[in-house]
Design a protein around this ligand. Structure first.
Ligand SMILES: [Zn+2]
Ligand SMILES: [Zn+2]
Length: 264
């Protein structure tokens, strides 16, 4: 069994056929999907999707693109919303200096609010970081110094040093379809050096479809293509990479029940 630790099933790309997308994932052996919140103000939509499917869980948080519009969301509010049984993570939050859609100080402020919520709940923080390696590393080091919290560097596409800092601070590193792209040799070299007990896979669907689906709409079933390349990169079998990444997922997502595992 594989899991898709990060997808966006609430996006309009899936509106027409969300149930079919989930069914295809289950048929492909993807036993769990986490649909990731990007706006706390739209959290109810995410929650409704998670409540509609046994195998779909969700997070609560504000994407760095939307940070300026949700600076009034407090750690208390995140903690309260995360009390729902279907909420298994905080985020995604972080820093995106590639698009810079929100002022950088607003991104950092929102990010630290999410860190506080992750620390208080013990739920993993889903971290989005793009072209912000130095500031991300320093915030993680600063905040971890105040008290550890579980986290994932999601859709990892940063430099080697950020992966090393994240791992040293106890974090997990999640790889998306980018890992399968021909020009991602450096990323594969980084993945090969991440300790096996910190590896995760995800789609970030509808974005970033792995080869051979590159350029099309991504969906959770395709996480298998990324897992296959990760297996080759790490030098283990596909069955082993499934065991490794799924085992890591359940160890990190402590609120996620294993008992009712789908047979699909
Ligand atoms: Zn992201
Ligand atoms: Zn995302």
């Amino acid at each position: 069994m594989l899991v898709d630790s990060h997808c966006h099933l609430d996006f309009p790309d899936f509106a027409e056929e969300r149930a079919a997308v989930v069914a295809r994932a289950l048929a492909a052996g993807i036993g769990r999907m986490v649909t990731i919140s990007t706006r706390v103000r739209k959290f109810q939509q995410i929650l409704e999707i998670a409540e509609s499917f046994n195998e779909v869980y969700c997070s609560v948080g504000t994407h760095p693109h939307n940070a300026a519009e949700e600076l009034d969301v407090t750690a208390d509010e995140l903690v309260r919303l995360s009390g729902h049984p279907k909420v298994v993570a905080i985020g995604e939050a972080g820093l995106d200096y590639f698009y810079d859609r929100a002022p950088r100080d607003a991104q950092a402020q929102g990010f630290r609010t999410h860190i506080a919520a992750a620390r208080r709940t013990g739920l993993p923080l889903v971290i989005h970081s793009r072209d912000a390696d130095d500031d991300m590393a320093s915030i993680l080091e600063d905040e971890t110094g105040k008290g550890a919290f579980p986290f994932i560097l999601h859709c990892f596409s940063s430099g080697r040093r950020l992966a090393e800092v994240g791992v040293a601070l106890g974090g997990y590193v999640s790889f998306s379809g980018i890992l399968t792209f021909k020009n991602s040799a450096e990323l594969r070299a980084i993945a090969a050096d991440v300790p096996r007990d910190r590896l995760l896979v995800e789609t970030d669907a509808p974005y970033l479809a792995p080869i051979p689906h590159r350029g099309k709409r991504n969906e959770p079933a395709y996480v298998a293509n990324t897992a296959k390349v990760l297996a080759e990169t790490v030098g283990v079998s596909e069955a082993d990479i499934a065991d490794i990444t799924t085992g890591n997922f359940f160890r990190l997502f402590t609120k996620m029940p294993r008992a009712d595992m789908a047979a699909g």
